[in-house]
Every structure is written in C-alpha cells, then in structure tokens.
Design a protein around this ligand. Structure first.
Ligand code: SF4
Length: 266
C-alpha cells in the first residue's frame, strides 16, 4: 500500500516533541479559508504551475505536487534521521492535509513506525469517522488536534464542514489515554472575538482529562500568501492582518486559566 504525500520536512521542531520528520499527506476534506498549505487540499497528485517573480519578470514552471510513498521508503527516511530523533526525544509526525483521509495507509505506516521504535504523532483536523481514530490509537503516541470554532454555522462557513463529529472525536480521544495537544489557529475575524474565546476556554476546561498536555495557539500569518501567488491559487484572506504579539500574549494568559500549559506557535 502507498500513501500520497506532498512534502517531507526533516528537522521539524514544531510538530511535536524533539526533532521530527514530518510527512505532509495530500488531501483534506476541509477547505479552510486561511489554509497555509493550499497545495495539499486536493486528494490527487496534480501538476501545478509554479510562478516565481523577480522584479517585473515572471518565470513559470510545472511542479508535480503529490508523490506516492510506500511504508519501506518512509522507514528508510526515518532511519537516516534516527540519531537526531533519539538524541532529542523526537519522532515522526504525519500532518497534511488530513492524514486520516488516507486512514488505511496511516494504520499500516503508524504500525510500522511503532514496531521500529519511533515516537508517533498525527496532526489532525479531527474530521474523520471515529472508527478510524479507534483503530489507530494503539500506534499513536500523540494527537495534535485542531479546534477551530465551537459554533457549527461559523465552522461550516469558513472550513466547509460541520464541527459536530470533530468535537465528538476530540472528547473520545481525551479518554484514550494518549497525549493530546490542542491546536487553535487564531484567525482574526473568525474565532478571536471575546465571546468565542470565553466559550472555548470553558469547553477546554470542562472536557479536559490527563491526556490534554498542551494548548498551542497558532497565530494566522501571511507567509502562506506567497504560496497562493506561487501556485496561482486565489487567496481568500484579503487584507486580514496577523494578530499582534501583545494580543497573542494576552490570549496565552487567558487560556492558561484552563490549568493547561499554553504555547504560542507549534
Ligand atoms: S484542515 Fe488544515 S490542511 Fe485542511 S484545509 Fe484546513 S488548514 Fe488546510
């Protein structure tokens, strides 16, 4: 069996503990308006036209986005980085896109990673049937779990899908005994109003178990906009500016009231 991957990042330090190798799985059932990896949303391998601009001149070339990897190839990549992962207590993270969209492959590759002694993490939107999470729990050390908005209508409006099953899966995983880090993308005008932040804090406090190890606040940034230009994809965030450092600091203190560690960034 093979998995479709659009990027491999070695020496990653933002996708779980230690130094990690992160595989970005292609395909996502969500379509978030702020997505920083728009080239990862389609579940198919595709040829995108990449345009680089130097001054007034443009240079275009075709770029193949998405390549199939089998489990052995993934293990070979990991074995080469093992010394760094061991020394830093790192491991492997599957991100995306949405890794659970390729749930059969994920089960196979996570099993193999565990059998080879790697710390395993999945960075998930939470939008996948609960039975997929149930099957993969024994081979997963850490879930990086996104919570974007508690209001279903708002969630649908900006991501294209309901949050009902996401929140159900979150509650379910909190009882799994596995480590969870909640990731909240802080997107101005979408989920940063005081009412919503208060609801979110209350939700995280009311549902928390010993599994919840950390809350990561991921400020919206405009770095991703260059990807939209590069791949000629329509950018949907207009002139929305990132939250300021002081706003993020205040938000960090606010979420610390949950009694859980809070970090700005991944
Ligand atoms: S869930 Fe993540 S990868 Fe999927 S569209 Fe949203 S931001 Fe992009």
């Amino acid at each position: 069996m093979k998995g479709l991957i659009f990027s491999v990042k070695r020496y990653s330090i933002h996708d779980g503990p230690g130094i990690r190798v992160t595989f970005f799985m292609k395909g996502c059932p969500l379509n978030c308006i702020w997505c920083h990896n728009p080239e990862g949303i389609s579940p198919h391998s595709e040829t995108l036209i990449q345009t680089d601009r130097v001054g007034n001149r443009e240079f275009s070339k075709e770029e193949e986005v998405g390549k199939y990897y089998d489990v052995e190839t993934i293990l070979e990549i990991l074995h080469k980085e093992k010394v760094f992962m061991d020394q830093s207590k790192g491991g492997v993270t599957f991100s995306g896109g949405e890794p659970m969209l390729q749930s059969e492959f994920m089960l196979e590759v996570m099993k193999a990673c565990k059998e080879n002694g790697y710390h395993t993490a999945i960075d998930t939107s939470g939008y996948s049937p609960m039975e997929n999470y149930l099957s993969i729990i024994p081979f997963t050390d850490l879930f990086l779990f996104d919570i974007k908005h508690l209001d279903d209508a708002k969630h649908i409006e900006s991501t294209g899908v309901s949050n009902i099953s996401i929140l159900d899966n979150y509650r379910f995983l909190l009882g799994s005994g596995k480590d969870i880090m909640v990731r909240i993308p802080v997107v101005p005008g979408f989920n940063d109003d005081p009412d919503h932040l208060e609801r979110l804090k209350q939700f995280l406090t009311a549902t928390k178990t010993a599994s919840l190890k950390r809350i990561n606040l991921l400020p919206f940034h405009k770095i991703g906009s260059s990807k939209y230009r590069k791949f000629n994809i329509t950018y949907r965030m207009g002139s929305v500016e990132p939250p300021s450092n002081s706003e993020m600091k205040k938000m960090k203190e606010f979420f610390q009231e949950t009694g859980v560690k809070v970090k700005i960034g991944g």
